[in-house]
Ligand binder design. Structure first.
Ligand SMILES: [Mg+2]
Length: 314
């Protein structure tokens, strides 16, 4: 079963959820009302061989990513993190020094985002390292931005640069963005707290722009047209393109693990906030048959995206 099919199966039961669920499944974080206050929650898993390769990655960077990956979801809601819990399955023979270094890195990263690690669980098994982190967040005066608000006529924006994030091992530059990225929490809250700049819909780019923007479009009942000539393509995407033989824009839209934000807004936004670039890359258009995300090359050619793996659930 494809991930999107499984997720839409889960979303179908959303209408049956009790009223205490203030943000149902289908967004970067869910939320429940606790004592009349909406508390946002996200959980993410980091697995050796899937999200990093322990043979090439320091323990410190693995611990950091386990936290920042969740914090990128907090940014996608324009929320403020308040605390985290972590569970680890350690491979037998991992060693006490490594275990301490791992939890020290998680603690230090969480603290640096005012998101203290307040509990967890450890087990030892015969498989590879798996880390599971849950982060809680609050709106703290800024209404969360959902995926469902994209409106026809909106401009589609992304922060930072896209693509090549996972080329770590074969990448001669040693580019390790998927480990070193900064969750865009501050930028998201600046944008969302100002009615002139507030995004209508937002998501963080974990699975690649093509697939993640498809999710925004599905939740919003719209389509998007992207102009590849406007994409902020990272130098690493250029390197990946030379190896793969595919155009760099495909890497920018498909590689994933960018952990930048993609959002839609009707306003004309500043080109950067706190040194982070904000780039307009396309437009939200009315829903139509076929793929949710349409691609236009600089010469005006429309691209058939059927084979690019951006799942469409109809
Ligand atoms: Mg996300």
């Amino acid at each position: 079963m494809r991930e999107l099919e499984l997720l839409s199966h889960i979303y179908r039961s959303n209408p049956k959820l009790p009223p205490g669920v203030t943000i149902p499944p289908g967004d970067d974080m869910g939320a429940v009302s606790i004592g009349g206050v909406s508390v946002l929650v996200t959980v993410d898993q980091l697995a050796d061989g899937v999200h990093f390769d322990i043979a090439y990655t320091s323990i410190e960077k693995i611990g950091r990513k386990a936290i920042t990956r969740n914090l990128s979801d907090v940014a996608a809601m324009a929320a403020r993190p308040v605390g985290a819990v972590a569970a680890a399955c350690l491979p037998r023979g991992f060693g006490e020094a490594n275990a301490k270094a791992l939890f020290d890195a998680m603690h230090a990263t969480a603290n640096s985002y005012d998101c203290p690690l307040i509990g967890g669980d450890i087990s030892v098994w015969d498989q590879k390292l798996i880390l599971t982190v849950t982060v809680f967040a609050e709106s703290d005066g800024v209404e969360p931005v959902l995926r469902s608000g994209a409106t026809v006529g909106d401009t589609v924006y992304v922060t930072g640069q896209l693509g090549g994030s996972l080329t770590t091992i074969e990448n001669p530059m040693g580019y390790t963005h998927h480990l070193d990225f900064t969750p865009r929490i501050g930028l998201a809250r600046v944008l969302a707290s100002n009615t002139d700049t507030r995004p209508h819909a937002m998501i963080d780019l974990s699975d690649g722009l093509g697939l993640d923007l498809t999710r925004v479009c599905e939740q919003s009942g719209v389509c998007a047209r992207i102009n590849t000539g406007q994409l902020p393509i990272s130098p690493a995407a250029g390197i990946a393109a030379r190896t793969s033989g595919r155009p760099a824009w495909q890497h920018a839209m498909s590689d994933g693990e960018d952990y930048e934000l993609c959002f839609t807004a009707s306003a004309s936004l500043p080109r950067q906030i706190d040194g982070v670039s904000i780039t307009p890359i396309g437009t939200i258009i009315e829903q139509q048959a076929g793929p949710r995300v349409l691609i236009k090359l600089p010469d005006g050619t429309r691209v058939d995206t059927a084979d690019l793996g951006w799942e469409h659930t109809g």
